[in-house]
Design a protein around this ligand. Structure first.
Ligand code: PMP
Length: 409
């Protein structure tokens, strides 16, 4: 008998080059560039000097001598690697001291220090909820939160970005006893801040836990940079046991790693149950030492935030004349993340290339990272930028701005 359909002889691995070519054709192929020196506003990319607006080092601390000094001393005191899980031998006295400092900095009862932000979100959520429970997740949440939700096997209800009425209705309709609301505190591709008091009020009404990812707010927002929760007045005596605060230490803090903070019992639960905490090597003590130095600077060097705020105001004001005739949209944001939405992927890439030719590096962000038709420049400002740096960017954008109304896809 001759089979009617010949079995495919090709391996699925043979399809990968075609799929990569398809991504390339859609301008969705991502590339990396080797950068050195890395810190500050003026860097070198593949040997080319560039003024960058793409770093998450919002306070310019990643290259600060006090952090380098603390890391070096930490390496001499503790060695470079931590040698094991924090549950075995990896929890150095430096990491323990950092946890105490972190809790004090964000004015919450207790903190737990993780080696990476992505892994924190991906594994803290499954430690909190599981099959039969319900998660309510903002549509613009970061990929790490989305992965955490999926890994938990709880049912996931996505609510439209920032829409508290929709969230209220979803919570009211849920029959799950354990409910978790998850939100970025500062949205990483738009730069806007979540309505934290509004979210907490809903969590109180519906007996839900609120998890906030403040990766982009810590160091930038709130008194002494204590973050979005402090900015909302919900820390210290006003802290709620219903809030689990999470922030990365790879952005304004200038190092790497992350932490969660909240009530004693919540943090103890996560210490017991989070797989990426138990089954991963603890962050090296030298990083904890650098982070302690960073926290001191974040708290006391208020000029860093003043400088950042001045650059934010300068950029937003300087872009206004361009918005009137280009069709570009500058999303509302008081944070270091300023999103200039240009529409199509090709327009965003052309703008990025044009800036690059003028010696400026501003990344174009395209779908699927952002919704289709909202490709944008994600301009990341830093205390490391001078007024002249931002003026250079404004001049270049003015030169590259389309003169007629472009098609906003
Ligand atoms: N959460 C948010 C909102 C982020 O933007 C990021 C990283 N860009 C992460 C978590 C992951 O943190 P990390 O890069 O420190 O692993």
């Amino acid at each position: 008998m001759t089979p009617t359909t010949a079995p495919s002889t090709g391996s699925w691995l043979d399809e990968l080059p075609l799929q990569l070519a398809a991504l390339d054709a859609q301008h969705l192929l991502r590339t990396r560039r080797a950068v050195s020196p890395l810190q500050g506003a003026h860097i070198r990319v593949d040997g080319q000097p560039l003024l960058q607006f793409c770093s998450n080092d919002y306070l310019g601390l990643a290259g600060h001598p006090a952090l380098a000094e603390a890391a070096c001393t930490g390496a001499w005191d503790f060695g470079v690697g931590s040698g094991g899980s924090p549950m075995v031998n990896g929890h150095s006295t430096a990491n323990a001291a950092l946890e105490a400092d972190l809790a004090q900095f964000v004015q919450l009862p207790r903190a737990l220090y993780f080696y990476a932000g992505f892994a924190t979100n991906a594994s803290v959520i499954p430690a909190l909820v599981g099959a039969g429970d319900a998660i309510f997740s903002d549509a613009l949440n970061h990929a790490s939160l989305i992965d955490g939700c999926r890994l938990s096997r709880a049912s996931i209800h996505r609510y439209p970005h920032g829409n508290l009425a929709a969230l209220d209705a979803l919570l009211a309709g849920s029959t799950s006893r354990r409910k978790l609301v998850v939100s970025d505190a500062v949205f990483s591709m738009d730069g806007n801040v979540a309505d934290i008091p509004g979210l907490l009020a809903l969590c109180e009404r519906h007996d839900a836990l609120l998890m906030l990812d403040d990766a982009h707010g810590l160091g930038v927002l709130g008194p002494q940079g204590r973050g979005s929760l402090a900015a909302a007045g919900l820390t210290g005596a006003a802290a709620s046991p219903r809030v689990l605060y999470m922030a990365t230490l790879s952005k304004a803090a200038g190092v790497s790693g992350a932490f969660v903070a909240g009530s004693e019992v919540l943090v103890e639960w996560l210490l017991q149950k989070t797989r990426s905490y138990t089954f991963a090597t603890a962050a090296p003590a030298l990083l904890a030492r650098a982070l302690q130095a960073s926290l001191r600077l974040m708290e006391h060097e208020t000029s860093l935030r003043t400088q950042l705020q001045a650059r934010i105001a300068q950029l937003r004001q300087g872009l206004q004349p361009l918005l009137a005739h280009t069709g570009w949209r500058l999303l509302p944001s008081d944070t270091a993340i300023q999103a200039l939405v240009v529409g199509s992927n090709t327009a965003a890439l052309a703008l990025m290339d044009g800036l690059r030719q003028r010696g400026l590096w501003v990344p174009a962000i395209r779908p699927p990272t952002v919704p289709a038709g909202t490709a944008r420049l994600r301009i990341a400002l830093s205390a490391a930028h001078t007024e002249a740096d931002v003026q250079l960017l404004l001049t270049a954008l003015t030169a590259l701005a389309p003169t007629a109304e472009p098609a906003l896809a």
